[in-house]
Write a protein that binds this ligand. Structure first.
Ligand code: FFO
Ligand code: ATP
Length: 194
């Protein structure tokens, strides 16, 4: 199966989940995340605003807000292809909807939060495998962003893949630029990769 076919198949598996399954998955992943020592000690956490079939981080984000932590979410740069920023996200933050149906805050690069200030980064994904390799929506945004981290910079940063159980496959076709994740959390399991 090609990368494109696999992406389509995994997205369909995710779309087949019922609203109830989505809700319980979001709650279980939220509980796993809140129990992680690295999350408990984090001050700034990058999350994402889920599209309808993605695993929702809403319960997690609300818990972080109530704990007074700083939450930031990705905003794609409309001018520079492949570049993504992280903007502060609060209950009052106005959102816009991109052409792909993703909700994001307005981009204001002066107020963007640098990678160096982010302690935990929850990444959306379409698929992940036994080695922690991830497949995203195909933009390469997280691969580009995490390349310096993989090379040893920002070693305080913990990237965490967040997914439904049905997004696991034994082996993903990997490309030279793919950055493997150290940890993936699904409703039923914490997957640790060394
Ligand atoms: N909820 C959520 N927010 C997110 C992501 C995500 O996966 N989920 N992203 C995760 O990265 C970033 C946005 N990802 C994007 C990925 C692809 C394209 C895009 O333009 N895709 C083209 C085709 C690309 C290709 O196939 O080569 C398109 O669909 O027309 C845009 C944004 C940031 N925010
Ligand atoms: N570090 C990088 N530098 C330059 N280009 C990159 C880098 N990483 C990925 N790309 C480009 O991004 C494109 C998409 O990559 P890929 O299909 O692996 O994205 P993805 O992991 O599914 O998406 P995302 O990371 O946004 O969730 C590829 O065509 C690749 O050339």
């Amino acid at each position: 199966m090609t990368r494109v076919q696999l992406r389509t198949q995994l997205r369909q598996a995710r779309q087949a989940l019922s609203a109830e399954e989505q809700k319980s998955a979001a709650q279980r992943v939220c509980n796993h995340l809140l129990n992680l020592p690295q999350v408990q000690s984090a001050s700034t956490l990058a999350t994402y605003i889920a599209s309808p079939s993605e695993l929702s981080l809403t319960p997690f984000i609300q818990a972080l807000w109530s704990q007074g932590k700083r939450v930031v979410v990705p905003v794609v740069d409309p001018q520079q292809a492949g570049l993504m920023w992280f903007m502060p996200y609060q209950p009052s933050t106005p959102l816009q909807t991109t052409s792909l149906g993703i909700h994001e805050p307005l981009l204001d690069t002066d107020k963007a939060v640098p990678l160096a200030a982010i302690d935990v980064m929850c990444t959306p994904l379409v698929g992940f495998d036994q080695h922690g390799q991830r497949m995203g929506m195909g933009g390469g945004y997280y691969d580009r962003l995490l390349a310096p981290w993989f090379a040893g910079e920002h070693s305080h940063l913990l990237p965490i893949g967040v997914a439904h159980d049905c997004q696991y496959v034994d082996t993903l076709p990997s490309e030279a630029w793919d950055i493997p994740l150290p940890l993936v959390i699904t409703p039923s399991k914490l997957w640790q990769f060394s």
